[in-house]
Design a protein around this ligand. Structure first.
Ligand code: 3UK
Length: 508
């Protein structure tokens, strides 16, 4: 049982405490060109909190939508919102206006804090919501306005179970579910996975690719390193070569990324140069045993696989150093409970496949959503994955049990891509499923029925792909399009996606 004081502000408990414990001069956030110490981050977060509370009228409980690529100012803004008692609505900066509008409809932000390069979609999606930008060097942005502020800001004394974060999940229909997380949850991920699996030290240097708007990134690139007094190198865009070079240049010890990137790192041929690495965490999608073995053979490193989800904030089943079974996700992280259940919610025997269910300190609370009933039963959070547990308590991933496509660690709802495609005037209907792929594990594949008069072919496919990238986040676009005369349907008219899945698998 984890215990926290009744009054707890996680930003203060993480950041002010790190400065007190490790000193203001330790390196904290690094980019290719900058180094912020812990003292710099605390001062800038406090100054921004001052602007938010005093100029922009933020009061405790207000919701602030944050949008930007990974970088130090986004981290400072996140701490500022929380120190001022606000609720951070974290978003991935690649989302398009329609997607932002959909999650804003549920989260109802009072204010937007946005990187100056990503304002257009926000203005289109949220007319009337006050917005403040950071960056761009104009001087009247959040950064410029904060500079004259006091370096001190007394954190609002939030309760341990006040909401700190509203984190959107992509959901299986494309209508986002929003999960709420408390101040204590932010510390709880470190007191579970952080303490028992990661065991980071002040001399660790972290890096990784997940966006901070994705809780995998928030934990791996902010909560865990700062809890340890470690440094973290943040990058806006990660190519495999760039990541390999960055690891070497900064003597990175700890990396957080998805299996696709571990595969791509090997393909760069730079694997043997990654000698500074001590801990490699993989999450977001299944880590196949072949990738684990290839990476081990090349680098000598044992990747730590872990399954987490937005609903539970971070990783709850994980391989632990020294007792890894390649191909297995590992065992339940201390502090969580996990089980494999049948359709009626009864545990199945070891060795039998069923629905993965999790209980823990961090979840699961959907914001005003009827789907809570389907995903949370008897206190269990049903993740949507099919798993087998063996007699030794190791969990083995089998498949997603719904229409969610997991591609290179991104979650993509088939129906959302379908809805985007049918907005194109030439598309009559579309069925979207995952097709196996050697690099990304799955790619988004669309079966498209065109309207009379439109002609199928590579040009039309390219046009539809372009259209999809402009309508929804670009990573969701169908990498493969097949034109068909009709979609398979049940007698009741439902698209039979399992038949499309079988067809896609058969061709691969
Ligand atoms: C899949 C995995 C097999 C699985 C996440 C770490 O991925 C995260 O959160 P999401 O809400 O998606 C959750 C779903 O992703 N998945 C994640 N990790 C694994 N499948 N093996 C894995 N190791 O379908 C799960 O239900 O986007 C991961 C930390 C925080 C996170 N939010």
């Amino acid at each position: 049982e984890l215990r926290y004081p009744e009054r707890l502000n996680c930003a203060e408990a993480l950041l002010d405490a790190a400065v007190a414990r490790h000193g203001a001069d330790r390196p904290c956030l690094l980019t290719g060109s900058e180094t912020w110490t812990y003292g710099d981050l605390l001062r800038r977060a406090n100054q921004i909190a001052g602007v938010l509370a005093e100029d922009l009228g933020l009061v405790p409980g207000n919701r602030v939508l944050l949008r930007g690529p990974n970088g130090p100012w986004l981290v400072a803004a996140w701490f500022a919102v929380l120190k001022a008692g606000g609720v951070a609505v974290t978003t991935m900066h690649l989302l398009r206006a329609g997607e932002i509008a959909a999650l804003a409809a549920r989260t109802e932000p009072d204010l937007v804090v946005c990187d100056h390069r990503y304002t257009a979609d926000v203005e289109a999606a949220l007319p009337g919501v006050p917005a403040v930008v950071y960056g761009g060097g104009s001087g009247d942005d959040l950064i410029g306005r904060s500079e004259a502020r006091s370096p001190d800001f007394a954190a609002v004394a939030t309760a341990a179970d006040d909401v700190a974060l509203l984190a959107p999940t992509s959901g299986t229909t494309g209508i986002p579910k929003i999960t709420a997380h408390f101040h204590r949850d932010v510390l709880a991920i470190n007191d579970t996975f952080g303490r028992h699996v990661l065991a980071a030290r002040p001399d660790d240097v972290f890096t990784g690719t997940p966006p901070l708007g994705f809780t995998f990134g928030l934990g791996g690139l902010v909560v865990f390193p700062l809890s340890a007094g470690a440094a973290v190198v943040l990058m806006e865009r990660a190519t495999p070569d760039g990541l390999a070079d960055l690891i070497v240049d900064h003597d990175v010890t700890t990396v957080f990324t998805a299996p696709t990137m571990y595969r791509a790192l090997l393909a760069t041929g730079k694997g043997r140069a990654l000698t500074s690495l001590r801990t490699c965490v993989s999450a977001g999608e299944h880590l196949p045993a072949t990738v684990w073995r290839d990476f081990h053979a090349e680098t000598g490193l044992e990747i730590v696989d872990g399954i987490g989800c937005t609903e539970l904030l971070h990783i709850f089943i994980s391989a632990a150093p020294d007792r890894i079974r390649p191909g297995s996700t590992g065992r339940v992280v201390p502090g969580f409970e996990a089980a494999v259940l049948d359709e009626e919610g009864r545990p199945v025997p070891d060795g039998v496949a069923g629905r993965l269910a999790v209980k823990g300190p961090t979840g699961c609370r959907y914001l005003g959503d009827d789907r809570q009933r389907g995903y949370v039963a008897g206190g269990w959070n049903i993740t949507g994955d099919t798993y087998v547990r063996d007699a030794d308590g190791y969990f083995w991933y089998q498949a997603r049990s719904d229409d969610m496509i997991v591609s290179a660690g991104y979650k993509i709802a088939g129906p959302e891509v379908e809805q985007a495609l049918v907005r194109h005037p030439d598309v009559l209907e579309a069925g979207v499923v995952g097709a196996p792929d050697p690099l990304r594990q799955m790619i988004v594949k669309a079966y498209v029925v065109l309207r009379d008069g439109a002609s199928p072919g590579p040009e039309k496919a390219a046009e539809l792909q372009d259209f999809a990238k402009r309508t929804i986040a670009p990573y969701k676009y169908p990498r493969s399009i097949e034109f068909v005369d009709s979609l398979p349907r049940t007698l009741t008219g439902k698209v039979q996606r399992y038949l499309l899945r079988e067809s896609a698998a058969g061709q691969a």
